[in-house]
Design a protein around this ligand. Structure first.
Ligand code: SF4
Length: 253
């Protein structure tokens, strides 16, 4: 289907969009066309994979960076089993935390980061509870989180979107980022961090938390299952006619 035809999907209904980043109308139309194509493939609405409170989701997200889900899940459970609550992690020795989370990537960096981030939350709130974020709009809540050293756009979005807060934020992981880049939704030099605002702005501002969660999940799943890092399976990709990278990818060995 040519992209002009898919613009019909983008135009109906006309919706207000986020203004947090400049919007390329063609990219926004393509983003909606991609969403419409992938949703039936991956089965939207997609069930949430976590029901953690926001602080626990914060720890889980810090563990998950560049780490397989199974490994970060194991490390998260091990932390919970070892310490009675997150306050106890702040008081723990870094080498002990590092040993408990040894299965994740860069445990020597993540152990002090988790302890310091938890300490910063407690220092700012007086308690370890992020439930108050529910009373903020998404932009304000993200800014509050990202003011803490060690929390970037991906982590702040994950806390708001994946936790029991269920707020309308769009996380972008490495799979999501790669697919968006190959599709031309973001430029080749846009890193994961800055891509959050661009990709979010391409989607309707009034999309629900479930809509944005679905958008993240379907692009991530497409990256995992079809648009692989090394050899994208363009021959069985439902986005092939929308994708400027398709011909190039098909020539890869
Ligand atoms: S056509 Fe190929 S490169 Fe483009 S999104 Fe599909 S699998 Fe990825």
């Amino acid at each position: 289907m040519p992209i002009a035809a898919d613009r019909a999907v983008a135009a109906l209904p006309a919706r207000r969009r986020s203004t947090s980043a400049p919007i390329d109308p063609d990219a926004a139309a393509k983003a909606l066309a991609v969403h419409a194509r992938l949703c039936p493939v991956y089965g939207c609405p997609i069930p949430y994979f976590h029901s953690l409170d926001p602080l626990s989701e914060l720890v889980s997200s810090l563990l998950s960076h560049r780490t397989r889900n199974a490994e970060s899940g194991r490390a998260f459970k091990a932390l919970r089993a070892r310490y009675p609550d997150w306050d106890a992690v702040i008081d723990a020795k870094v080498p002990e935390i590092q040993a408990i989370i040894a299965g994740v990537t860069w445990p020597e960096l993540k152990a002090p980061r988790i302890r310091d981030v938890l300490g910063a939350v407690r220092a700012r709130c007086g308690t370890l509870d992020l439930a108050f974020l529910a009373g903020m709009d998404v932009g304000t809540a993200r800014a509050w989180l990202e003011a803490i050293p060690g929390i970037g756009p991906k982590t702040s979005a994950a806390v708001l979107a994946f936790s029991t807060l269920r707020m309308p934020a769009l996380p972008v992981d490495s799979h999501h980022h790669r697919v968006a880049q190959r599709l031309g939704l973001i430029g080749p030099r846009i890193d994961v961090g800055p891509s959050h605002a661009i990709l979010r702005a391409q989607l309707p501002a009034d999309w629900s938390a479930q809509d944005l969660y679905d958008n993240h999940e379907i692009l991530m799943l497409h990256g995992q299952q079809v648009c692989h890092h090394r050899r994208p399976a363009c021959g069985r990709c439902v986005l092939v006619d929308l994708c400027p990278s398709a011909a190039l990818s098909a020539r890869e060995p």
